[in-house]
Design a binder for this molecule. Structure first.
Ligand code: F6P
Length: 546
C-alpha cells in the first residue's frame, strides 16, 4: 500500500518548512509583489478550463519548493497512482476508491477484484439516460396516466448535498417545466414543505441512499409512500410508477417495495460524498438531460487527468492542498472560506463542508496512531457579494487568518446591464484588499482623525486563491468539484489519514437508536444516560404529554 511510514513531522521537508516558516512568517505580500513584477503572472496554473491564481499567498519560491518536496516525501504521486488504479486505499473499510471510474471514458479499463468496472458504469449511465429521456419527454407516466412534472429526491449527506448543489448550479440548463425538490432532514417539516403544493399523481420520488438503511432517508421514504398511497386509495401498485431507487443495496430496495428494475446501482468503491456523478446524480440528469450530464462527467474527467498527470508545480489540486497545509500546520489557520462569485453556486460551500470535513476530520493516522499536528480544515462560505455584508469583516480585520478561495467567471449566464462588471469588480477588490490592506500612512492621508486611524487600518497580508473560468457550464462544474475532491485527497495523503471513511458519524447514530424508544415509550423509561441527557429526555416527554 502506497504511503510513507515516516511520521509527517519527521520528514525532512516538514522540518525545513518549520525553519523556513520562522524566516518568512512576517514577510508581507506587499513586499513579495514589490520584489517581483511578474509574480501575478508567474504564480498561476491552468487545468482544463480553470485558471488558478495563487500569487496572493504568503509563499516564496523557496516555500513552494519545500511544499512540493513535502508532497514527494509523502509519496503523493504513489498515492494518486494507487487511487486511480483501484488499489484498496480505504483501508478501514477494505475498499477501492474509484469515483474517478464514474467518469472514465468507455474504452478505459479499471480493474477491481479482477473485473473491469468501466462497462458497468456505462451500463448504468445508459439506463439513467433512457429513463431520464422518458420522464423528460412525458413518455414515463404516473399511475393515473398523468405526466411526471415533479421530482423529489430523498437522501441525506452525499445522497443529498451533491444533487442539491448540482441542481442549483446547473439550473440554467434545466428543464423549466419540471419542479425539483430535495428532502433530507428527518424533521417532518422538510417533507411537509417539499410536497405541500405538489400533486402526488404528477410526482416521482427518487430514494437515494447508498446503504438504503439511513434513518432519515428511510423515514422520509416511508412517509412519501404513505403520502402517495393516500392519494391512490392505498393502491400499492402505484408505487412502481412514482418511486425509483438509487442504491448499492438491491435487497433493501426490494424489501422497501421498489422493483429493482427501477433501481439504479452504484458500488462500494464510491464514497457517499464522492457520489454526485454516480446514479446518485439521477435528479441532476433528470433536470439537465443526459447530454449535459455527460458534459459534466467529461469535466470531472478533465480534472482527473490534470491531477493524475500534471507535475506538482502546475497541478492545481496539489497546489491548493499544499497551500492549505502551509496555513493550517504552520500559520495555525483553522478554516478556509470558499467564496463563489456566482449565484448558481450558492450551495457549493455547503456541499464542500461534507466533502472536506467528513473526509479529513480525523485524528488517527493510516498506521493507527494519534496525529501530533492539525488536520481537517474547517470549510465555510457564502456566495459573493452576500458574504461581504456578513462575515468578511472578520476575514479583513479579525485575529484569525482565514485563507480564501475566490471563484469567479468571465461571463454571466444572465447578463443584465452592469451587474456582472460590478460583481467581478467586487471579487477582485476583495482579494486585493485582503492581500495589500491599507496602511496607517494611507489612512492618515485621507484626513482621518488620529483616534480613528487604528480602526481604519487594514493590515492586509491575508492570503487567497482565485479560481477563474469563462462561464459556469456543466463541464466547468465537474472540473470544480473534481478539483476539490482531489485537493481533499492530497491533503489527507500528506496528513497520512484515510479521507474515505467516516467512523466519526456512527456513535451519534447508535445513541439516537437507543433514545428513540425512550422518547416514544408509553411507560416511564428507565433512563441510564448522564444527568444532562436524562433531564432533557424527561423535559421533552413532559412537553410532548402536555
Ligand atoms: O453521514 C454519514 C453518511 O454515511 C455519509 O457518508 C453519507 O453520504 C450519508 O451518511 C448518507 O448515506 P446513505 O447514502 O447510505 O443513505
Amino acid at each position: 500500500m502506497a504511503s510513507t511510514t515516516t511520521p509527517l513531522t519527521q520528514l525532512n521537508a516538514w522540518k525545513s518548512l518549520a525553519d523556513h516558516f520562522s524566516v518568512i512568517q512576517s514577510t508581507h505580500l506587499r513586499t513579495l509583489f514589490a520584489e517581483d513584477a511578474q509574480r501575478g503572472k508567474r504564480l498561476t496554473a491552468e487545468g482544463g478550463d480553470l485558471f488558478f491564481d495563487y500569487s496572493k499567498n504568503r509563499v516564496t519560491d523557496e516555500t513552494l519548493k519545500l511544499l512540493i518536496q513535502l508532497a514527494e516525501e509523502s509519496q503523493l504521486r504513489e498515492r494518486i497512482d494507487a487511487m486511480f488504479s483501484g488499489e484498496k486505499i480505504n483501508i478501514t473499510e477494505d475498499r477501492a476508491v474509484l469515483h474517478t471510474a464514474l467518469r472514465a471514458p468507455k474504452d478505459k479499463t479499471i480493474i477491481v477484484d479482477g473485473e473491469n468496472v468501466v462497462p458497468a458504469v456505462h451500463e448504468v449511465l445508459d439506463r439513467m439516460s433512457t429513463f431520464s429521456d422518458r420522464v423528460r419527454n412525458g413518455d414515463w407516466k404516473g399511475h393515473s396516466g398523468k405526466r411526471i412534472v415533479n421530482v423529489v429526491n430523498i437522501g441525506i449527506g452525499g445522497s443529498d448535498l451533491g444533487p442539491v448543489m448540482a441542481y442549483e448550479a446547473l439550473k440554467h440548463f434545466s428543464q423549466r417545466d419540471m419542479t425539483f425538490r430535495f428532502v433530507s432532514n428527518v424533521d417532518g417539516t422538510d417533507f411537509a414543505e417539499a410536497v405541500q403544493d405538489l400533486d402526488p399523481a404528477e410526482t416521482l420520488f427518487i430514494v437515494a441512499s447508498k446503504t438504503f438503511t439511513t434513518l432519515e432517508t428511510m423515514t422520509n421514504a416511508n412517509t412519501a409512500r404513505d403520502w402517495l398511497l393516500a392519494a391512490f386509495d392505498g393502491d400499492a401498485s402505484s408505487v412502481a410508477k412514482h418511486f425509483v431507487a438509487v442504491s448499492t443495496n438491491a435487497d433493501k430496495v426490494s424489501a422497501f417495495g421498489i422493483d429493482t428494475a427501477n433501481m439504479f446501482g452504484f458500488w462500494d468503491w464510491v464514497g457517499g460524498r464522492y457520489s454526485m456523478d454516480s446514479a446518485i446524480g439521477l435528479s441532476t440528469m433528470l433536470a439537465i438531460g443526459p447530454d449535459n450530464f455527460k458534459a459534466m462527467l467529461d469535466g470531472f474527467h478533465q480534472m482527473d487527468e490534470h491531477f493524475r498527470t500534471a507535475p506538482f508545480e502546475k497541478n492545481i489540486p496539489v497546489l491548493m492542498a499544499l497551500l492549505s497545509i502551509w496555513y493550517s500546520n504552520f500559520f495555525g489557520s483553522e478554516s478556509i472560506a470558499v467564496l463563489p462569485y456566482e449565484q448558481y453556486l450558492k450551495r457549493f460551500p455547503a456541499y464542500l463542508q461534507q466533502l472536506t470535513m467528513e473526509s479529513n476530520g480525523k485524528y488517527i493516522t493510516l498506521s493507527g496512531n494519534r496525529v501530533d499536528y492539525t488536520t481537517g480544515t474547517i470549510y465555510f462560505g457564502e456566495p459573493g457579494t452576500n458574504g461581504q455584508h456578513s462575515f468578511y469583516q472578520l476575514i479583513h480585520q479579525g485575529t484569525e487568518l482565514i485563507p480564501c478561495d475566490f471563484i469567479a467567471f468571465g461571463k454571466s449566464l444572465n447578463p443584465l446591464g452592469r451587474h456582472h462588471d460590478m460583481l467581478i469588480a467586487n471579487v477582485l477588490a476583495q482579494s486585493e484588499a485582503l492581500a495589500f490592506g491599507k496602511t496607517e500612512a494611507q489612512v492618515k492621508e485621507e484626513g482621518t482623525p488620529d483616534w480613528l486611524v487604528p480602526h481604519r487600518v487594514f493590515e492586509g497580508n491575508r492570503p487567497s486563491n482565485t479560481i477563474f473560468a469563462d462561464e459556469l457550464s456543466p463541464s466547468v462544474l465537474g472540473q470544480l468539484v473534481a478539483l476539490y475532491e482531489h485537493c481533499v485527497f492530497a491533503q489527507g495523503s500528506i496528513w497520512q489519514i484515510n479521507s474515505f471513511d467516516q467512523w466519526g458519524v456512527e456513535l451519534g447514530k447508535q445513541l439516537a437508536q437507543r433514545i428513540i424508544p425512550e422518547l416514544e415509550s408509553s411507560e416511564t423509561p428507565d433512563l441510564q444516560h448522564d444527568s444532562s441527557t436524562n433531564n432533557l429526555i424527561r423535559r421533552y416527554r413532559a412537553i410532548k404529554e402536555k
